[in-house]
Design a protein around this ligand. Structure first.
Ligand code: F6P
Length: 520
């Protein structure tokens, strides 16, 4: 931390002790222009920050903090393809993935994906049973699942290839597999192995089970134009181990992070659902936000503001959670996608120089569709002892009574959270109000506006990481659990839990899971 940054951090700490800054009603009373001053618009997105615990003094100090963190240089470095993923010594190329004028390699990879999709949808390529594809099953997890799943659901109304149904098979789970198998015709299904590394154990096991099933099914006869598997990966060498011909492998750049990869060939299920034109609009929508993020001054830069406000809550107000509440079933999977994006990127305690941080980083993020949440956990939002910032998201295009009802509910909730009530004698009904939130309105649920929304959050997460001085593009913590599981599996072959070097609790539970036979 440089001295200026530290001084600014301390200044913000002092400001945070000023109680009127945390009183929304006073903030509105003090500033008649507050709604205007704290509302911003970019492309199809309107965002109202006015129901948050801050005024222009706080905001200016947060903006100064970002200057002392060299934010603009870091943004420039991201777009210039510098090695900002310092631990892995590579750039982060998700913004390059969605450029219309991308590098030759990226354009070539994108074209390969378009060609594969076209050949299968047109019937030029068939499954290994010689049949036209009617379903795609995506075998992938984490970033190779959450982004595509979100986009397929969000853009369900735009599906051009309606005769092709899209399914997702992320976990190793017999029940999930049975349910997919009950819905598809195996002989007419294309399986997309989606994995940046092609080394993820869940994806490998699921591919093996599907492969076994296919081999046991009558008529399975892979040929050059008849394949039931394609792969989307950054590990071309490994693809050969899966016996997938090179023509059916859709490459993407290894410097595109898994959780930022929906723009690459990992977006194949989305492409199969909405077609090339809409998929291109999805990329262009994100590219519009990239331009906004790169070129707009920080005080009007929406992802910068989103990030700084989240830092204010996390580090100065000590709020440890963050909720994301879309009031639209099409965005039902947004919280799960954002959970990985924020928590896997920024849930870290070691900075880019290897030093332990003295402050907190990523909040715990959760969320659900608005009306479902209202009837589940909103009670705690209104009357719980803890407070958390909330992002409400609504789509305002459709004019219907039900749609209006939905959005009215969203606005009623944010108003109730802010205003509370102190009416009547019924003590139990008391709601304190003063609960902060941000409201995001999307003009429509088009491929472009979805691209815009996702890019906004991606850049928000990047800005958080710059302030916290962490690398948001690696995930070393996730490796530990994987290592222990690998160790158990290896020793299981030696048939003895005692050699696994586990703690007593895990040893006991494992012996129950595996049956007592493995314990001496
Ligand atoms: O959970 C860890 C992780 O490495 C994520 O970062 C990634 O999105 C996911 O596993 C899947 O990885 P892959 O695409 O390589 O199979």
């Amino acid at each position: 931390m440089n001295q200026n940054f530290l001084a600014q951090w301390n200044k913000l700490k002092q400001l945070a002790s000023n109680e009127t800054l945390m009183d929304l009603k006073s903030l509105f009373a003090e500033d008649s222009k507050r709604v205007n001053d704290f509302s911003f618009e970019v492309e199809d997105i309107f965002i109202d920050f006015s129901k948050n615990w801050l005024n222009s003094t706080v905001l200016n100090h947060l903006l100064d903090l970002s200057k002392y963190a060299n934010l603009q240089d870091k943004i420039n470095a991201l777009f210039a393809g510098k090695n900002i993923n310092s631990t892995e010594n590579k750039p982060a190329t998700h913004t390059a993935q969605r450029k219309q004028q991308a590098s030759k390699q990226i354009l070539q990879d994108r074209q390969t994906m378009f060609d594969v999709a076209e050949k299968y949808t047109s019937g030029q390529w068939l499954t290994a049973f010689g049949k036209k594809v009617t379903a795609v099953v995506n075998i992938g997890i984490g970033g190779s699942y959450l982004g595509p799943k979100l986009a397929v659901q969000a853009l369900s109304e735009l599906q051009t290839n309606n005769h092709i149904k899209i399914y997702f098979y992320p976990c190793v789970d017999d029940t999930a597999l049975k349910s997919i198998l009950n819905s598809i015709d195996l002989t007419r299904t294309l399986f997309c192995i989606s994995s940046k590394s092609l080394g993820t154990i869940e994806t490998i096991r699921n591919t093996e089970s599907i492969d076994k099933l296919l081999q046991q099914t009558d008529g399975y006869k892979p040929e050059s134009n008849q394949q039931s598997f394609v792969a989307a990966t950054a590990n071309i060498e490994k693809a050969a181990d899966f016996n997938i011909p090179a023509t059916h492998v859709m490459m993407f750049d290894h410097a595109t992070g898994g959780r930022f990869s929906v723009w690459s060939s990992i977006g194949f299920p989305v492409l199969m659902a909405i077609g090339k034109k809409k998929f291109t609009e999805f990329l262009s929508g994100a590219e519009k936000i990239d331009k906004h993020f790169l070129e707009t001054s920080i005080e009007n830069n929406i992802p910068v503001l989103m990030a700084l406000i989240s830092v204010w809550y996390r580090n100065f107000m000590n709020l440890s959670a963050y909720a994301i509440i879309p009031y639209d079933i099409r965005l039902k999977n947004l919280p799960a996608w954002l959970q990985q994006l924020m928590m896997e990127s920024n849930g870290k305690m070691i900075d880019i120089n290897g030093k332990h941080l003295s402050f907190s980083t990523s909040p715990w993020l959760f969320g659900e569709h608005g009306q479902l949440s209202q009837h589940a956990f909103f009670q705690a939002f209104h009357q719980g002892k803890d407070v958390l910032p909330i992002d409400f998201i609504g789509v305002i295009e459709q004019k219907s009574e039900s749609q209006d009802f939905l959005l009215i509910n969203m606005l009623a909730q944010s108003a109730a959270l802010m205003n509370g009530n102190d009416d009547g004698d019924e003590k139990q009904c008391y709601c304190p109000g003063n609960r902060p939130s941000t409201t995001i309105l999307l003009k429509e649920m088009s491929a472009s506006s979805l691209g815009q929304l996702l890019a906004l959050y991606e850049h928000m997460i990047f800005v958080q990481s710059v302030i916290w001085n962490i690398n948001c593009f690696d995930q070393p913590g996730v490796e530990l659990g994987k290592r222990i599981a690998r160790n158990i599996v290896e020793h299981m072959q030696q048939d003895n839990i005692k050699y696994m070097n586990l703690d007593q609790s895990t040893e006991q539970l494992l012996s129950r899971v595996l049956g007592a036979s493995n314990v001496e």
